[in-house]
Design a protein around this ligand. Structure first.
Ligand SMILES: Cc1cc2nc3c(=O)[nH]c(=O)nc-3n(C[C@H](O)[C@H](O)[C@H](O)COP(=O)(O)O)c2cc1C
Length: 333
């Protein structure tokens, strides 16, 4: 069984990638993911705000050290300066890339234009096989126009593409008026990959404590339907690689994304829920399914049920026929 595949021009041993999550917080954990068989690992994101906070804290510790007693003079400033945020991340990247024989992809969420370019370049220098742009920014200001939000994505991509020579993937949100057009524009602008879709923090309200509580639960397979539909619609229409993210719990979920047209399938929640070893369960299940169905390569599976083949099922006609069945009482309970 040949599970090898290509993603962003990188040769991977298989299409299952550990997506950005706390599972890549240490080089040991990255090694565990690689030992479990994943084809590549995306490190958790480097957030520029976090670096600023750490830099402020660093400066505060240095000041505090300078003003207080001798012991803290030697301890705090040294501790503070030793591994400031970016260096810690870059050092992890370097150690992780050296520890495993699969590509390690750096993930970046910057704020300032210079931040995007500088941190991406530093990640490349630290050994990142590629850079994933986690453009996580909720346009909470109701005056922000859709075109402005789209332009920001294109600007960030252009900046990072100028700064690095390794491939660059863009992790997208599904919240565009036309996610398809956004994908085409990023593709034309030179994105090497599109990662569909990011999952956003959706705060909840606790009516008992009268507080807003941060919400970041793990995903369920039902949530894979939206990214899968868009992957099916975009397969064969973009040069960029297509990476699926969200809702992969079982090998069947991996198979479904490949059938829709994904080049690779990423997973975070399932690995957090079951441990890094779950990657081997997904891979064995995928190989078993392929052999049962008579597929010898991942290439033979990819895109078999993409929209150009089965466009009606994905677009209006599919919706209308599903609605007709539901109206006739034919829906799962
Ligand atoms: C606890 C947690 C932390 C995450 N951290 C990041 C991150 O740092 N950067 C990022 O791009 N995505 C992050 N994600 C999103 C995942 O990479 C993934 O895209 C998303 O969870 C959907 O995939 P899943 O259904 O397999 O979890 C995180 C997800 C979880 C659950």
């Amino acid at each position: 069984m040949d599970l090898s595949t290509d993603y962003l021009g990188l040769a991977l041993r298989n299409p299952v990638i550990a997506s950005a999550s706390p599972l890549s917080r240490t080089a040991d954990r990255v090694r565990q993911l690689a030992d479990a068989g994943v084809g590549a690992v995306v490190l958790y994101s480097l957030f520029e705000e976090q670096l600023r906070r750490e830099a402020d804290e660093n400066a505060r510790l240095v000041d505090a050290g300078a003003e207080s007693f001798a012991e803290s003079l030697s301890y705090f400033p040294a501790e503070a300066q030793d591994e400031p945020g970016p260096r810690r991340y870059l050092s992890l990247l370097e150690r992780a890339a050296a520890a495993v024989d699969v590509p390690v992809i750096g993930s970046l969420n910057a704020v300032s234009p210079a931040g995007w370019a500088d941190f991406a370049r530093a990640m490349q220098e630290a050994g990142a096989a590629a850079i994933e742009l986690n453009i996580y920014s909720l346009p909470g200001d109701p005056h922000t126009s859709g075109r402005d939000v789209e332009q920001r994505h294109l600007d960030v991509l252009a900046r990072v593409k100028d700064a690095v020579s390794v491939p660059v993937a863009v992790k997208l949100s599904p919240f565009f008026s036309s996610p398809g057009e956004m994908a085409l524009r990023l593709d034309e602008a030179g994105a090497d990959g599109l990662v569909l879709f990011n999952r956003f923090l959706q705060p909840d309200i606790d009516p008992e404590t009268l507080a807003v509580v941060p919400g970041f639960g793990l995903s369920s397979p039902e949530e894979a339907r939206l990214p899968r539909t868009w992957i099916a619609l975009l397969h064969g229409r973009v040069h960029a690689s297509l990476a699926a993210t969200t809702g992969v719990e079982t090998a069947a979920d991996v198979a479904k994304y490949l059938l829709a047209g994904a080049d690779v399938v990423m997973t975070a929640s399932a690995l957090l829920r079951h441990g890094p070893e779950h990657a081997s369960v997904l891979l064995e299940g995928l190989a078993g399914w392929m052999s049962r169905k008579g597929f010898a390569t991942v290439g033979a599976v990819r895109g078999l049920l993409a929209a150009p083949v089965d466009a009606e099922a994905y677009e209006r006609a599919g919706f209308v026929s599903a609605l007709r069945s539901a109206n006739e009482g034919d829906y799962p309970t």
